[in-house]
Design a protein around this ligand. Structure first.
Ligand SMILES: [Fe+2]
Ligand SMILES: [Fe+2]
Length: 437
């Protein structure tokens, strides 16, 4: 049978239509991005030292750098009409996100980062904003600035959001189904409790900080948009999987970085009585960082009821080799200062497990010591703890479960709750004030 050329053409068109329309959604998502999608995306609010008065708003554009990148903001809802917002600020940093061969091979679109510094904000205030890249304006979102008084506040904290796809559990790009489930959990928690002000991420965002991994982390992060388009500001830290330049390009910390470069350690003051020091285990833990740590522990201890530390590599790992230098250096260098200044709680990640240690001082159980919680469960496949370690015997414990922690700070206590993927409470305890002030 011979086919005419028009019949061949018709068959070809039919085949093409069938081929493109029947591709599974996930596969489409991995490779094909609509070229028309130039609008701002991946909107996020970053907090550094002073969440009551400052915030950084960051976003991505795809395919084109664009010329004009601005944030329009106000303490009243303005419905997205940019001319109606009282304040505006231009992005202070814009640039092309570095692409390596694997990014190109895997088909993630060229991205551009944009970061704008908002300053002189009012404490405990809802700020509504849109971002604009050239003539394309985002939807209106809002976030709530930190307080400056001693009111009750809550923060969410969790680490390790790389991998976690279908079997095999490695997912280089997407779908990170377990990470997406944990993001849904974070969204539910923030919708249930308006006192949750921000999210502390204990690092290891993706398998690397190359764009093919961070792109999908940002895509998945869009799940964490609360009711009324509320964004939960992020306090970020750096882990051993976050070492590529993409991390520095996409996580800009404003003045914190203008002062000290890309060290990624800083002190965040929440209200008048809670301070959290974010440390960086991926650079020298001695030298400048240790000096900074001692100075800030000393200063912040005088002013605060609650003093916490957050960093990636654990001092008290329950999965990996306790004597390995990676952890020993943290334990030997920082823990004596944590104990000297009576830190109230230490937040650790990296191990891929849920844990709570006994209170520790001088490397042994001590009622006056510090409890270390961790170690990362935002979708990364969970490991198995070495259950014989002395520091996770009761009242300590460890279990393999995805987890996100809610920390609630009041005059009487820090209430700590660990939630699993389905919202079940996996751990719950309290830390009382040390009555040092
Ligand atoms: Fe890690
Ligand atoms: Fe990790």
């Amino acid at each position: 049978m011979k086919l005419s050329s028009s019949a061949i053409l018709a068959l070809f068109l039919l085949f093409s239509f069938y081929f493109f329309s029947c591709k599974p959604k996930d596969e489409n998502q991995q490779v094909f991005i609509d070229k028309a999608e130039l609008a701002p995306r991946h909107l996020r609010v970053i907090w550094t030292e002073n969440p009551s008065t400052s915030a950084i708003i960051s976003w991505t554009t795809l395919h084109e750098h664009g010329k004009v990148h601005r944030v329009f903001y106000d303490s009243l809802r303005r419905g997205g009409e940019k001319r109606n917002y009282v304040s505006q600020v231009s992005a202070s940093k814009n640039g092309a996100i570095s692409m390596v061969d694997e990014d190109l091979k895997e088909g993630v679109p060229q991205g551009y980062y944009h970061h704008a510094d908002l300053t002189n904000l009012k404490p405990s205030t809802k700020y509504y904003f849109v971002v604009e890249s050239d003539d394309l304006v985002s939807d209106e979102f809002y976030f709530i600035t930190g307080p400056e008084d001693d009111r009750v506040i809550s923060l969410l904290w969790g680490g390790d959001s790389r991998m976690g796809g279908p079997e095999p559990r490695y997912a280089g790009r997407t779908p990170h189904v377990d990470r997406q489930e944990m993001n849904k959990r974070i969204k539910s928690l923030m919708d249930e409790d308006p006192n949750i002000l921000g999210f502390i991420h204990g690092a290891d965002y993706g398998t690397t900080a190359d764009w093919r991994h961070l792109f999908w982390w940002f895509e998945d992060h869009e799940i964490v948009i609360g009711e009324g388009n509320r964004l939960l500001p992020l306090i970020i830290s750096r882990g051993n999987h976050d070492m590529q330049i993409g991390f520095e390009e996409n996580f800009w910390l404003g003045d914190t970085q203008r002062k000290r470069g890309f060290d990624y350690y800083f002190a965040t003051q929440f209200g008048s009585k809670t301070a959290i020091l974010t440390l960086n285990t991926e650079i020298s833990v001695a030298g400048d960082q240790r000096d900074w740590l001692e100075e800030n522990l000393s200063n912040k201890r005088k002013e605060n009821r609650w003093l916490l530390v957050n960093y990636h590599r654990p001092a008290y790992p329950v999965v990996k080799d306790f004597e390995n230098a990676t952890f020993k250096r943290v334990r030997d260098t920082w823990v004596p200062y944590f104990e000297k200044y009576n830190v109230d709680l230490a937040l650790e990640s990296d191990g891929h497990i849920l844990k709570r240690t006994v209170p520790i001082r001088n490397n042994k159980y001590d009622e006056t010591g510090i409890v270390y919680i961790g170690e990362g469960g935002l979708g990364v496949p969970q490991r198995v703890a070495d259950s014989t370690r002395w520091f996770i015997q009761p009242p300590g414990f460890a279990m393999s479960a995805h987890n996100v922690h809610k920390l609630t700070f009041s005059r009487e206590m820090i209430q700590i709750k660990a939630f699993g993927m389905d919202g079940e409470v996996l751990d719950q305890f309290e830390v009382k004030p040390r009555n040092l002030n």
